[in-house]
Design a protein around this ligand. Sequence first.
Ligand code: ATP
Length: 377
Amino acid sequence: MRVALERVSMRFGKVTAVDALSVEFASGEFVVILGPSGCGKSTTLFLLAGLYVPTEGEIRFDGRVVNALPPERRNVGLVFQNYALYPHMSVFENIAFPLHMQRRPREERRERVLAVARMLYIDHLLERKPSQLSGGQQQRVAIARALVKRPDLLLLDEPLSNLDARLRLEMREEIRRVQREVGITTVLVTHDQEEALSLADRILVMRDGKAVQFAPPEELYEFPLDRFVAHFVGNPPMNFFPAEYAGSGRFSLSGGLEVQVSPEEFAELRPGAAYELGVRPEAASLRPSRSEGTPPFPLLEAGEGAEGSPAANEFPGLVVHREVVGRDVLYKVRTSAGDLRLVAPSSSPYRAGDRVIVGIDASRVHVFDADGKNLRL
Ligand code: ATP
């Protein structure tokens, strides 16, 4: 089912939780709504569920306006963070409950509960009570209960936040697999950018009740429209450096460092104006410094560059932290323009206290103007 919101607003007294939001979700699409606490994610989900009636605007399911349609007439499946299972009912009864409400015949109820339980690998647990299940199993039951009535739209509100890290990864895969199998339009709300990147066909980033960007994960990561998205998406986060534009693609950073970009890759750079440069952790690399000596600074030393100052896109620095994460190494390097986090292969030999040169890949540098707008074209 296609879902459209057209200039939808939701106000609670003076608080505007959702502010003139216009987006469309394709049929069968997995959409993740991502944003910080209070940005209006849950309110948007509740509007889709029919728990709230929008103050303004239109919500359409397959072209039909559903603003005033109550939840039970929308055919949506809703899964909450706390699962909300009925404790006195067995797993079977919990899953069957929506069919019970629809007064489906006993045999049909049985068949449909079994089918969905098999799909979620909980068919051996049907006689148990929720209290006899692990968190992950309870989550599967909640999803089964949402799916058993064959909804047109599946809505998930932070469904994984109560699970430990390993289970969370496992359930992510499960949710994605089941969603593909059923082919149901799905909207999941989270504040976890990693979860969003791994699950979504498209991510809707919200801030202050508004849509900031709605794009596939790769695009959101590579082409964040503004500083907010750039900062919010990616772990470790993008590095930011204040810089003044000197013209001809040259930026001056603090400590006498320079970044040289191709100006034609950016919109409207104004000489003398202040910007912020954004460097993803994998857009920087390390090589050994030629200079000897021990820390601390000055980091800027004669002999680093051609004329005794560093070459453009090269930041002399000091490794202050090294951390192995899986197959990567995360470094924090202190430079005179500020600290910079970068990712290197695990074979990378540098240790805390080593002097290094950070090479910046200028073709991957982002430039943000005073309003936070990304000027990369
Ligand atoms: P979180 O991640 O913390 O759940 P969220 O992004 O889901 O946040 P919402 O719960 O949608 O945000 O809330 C958006 C704004 O609307 C917040 O400022 C919140 O305080 C306010 N709000 C939400 N529901 C109500 C309500 N029923 N009455 C009054 N204000 C509300």
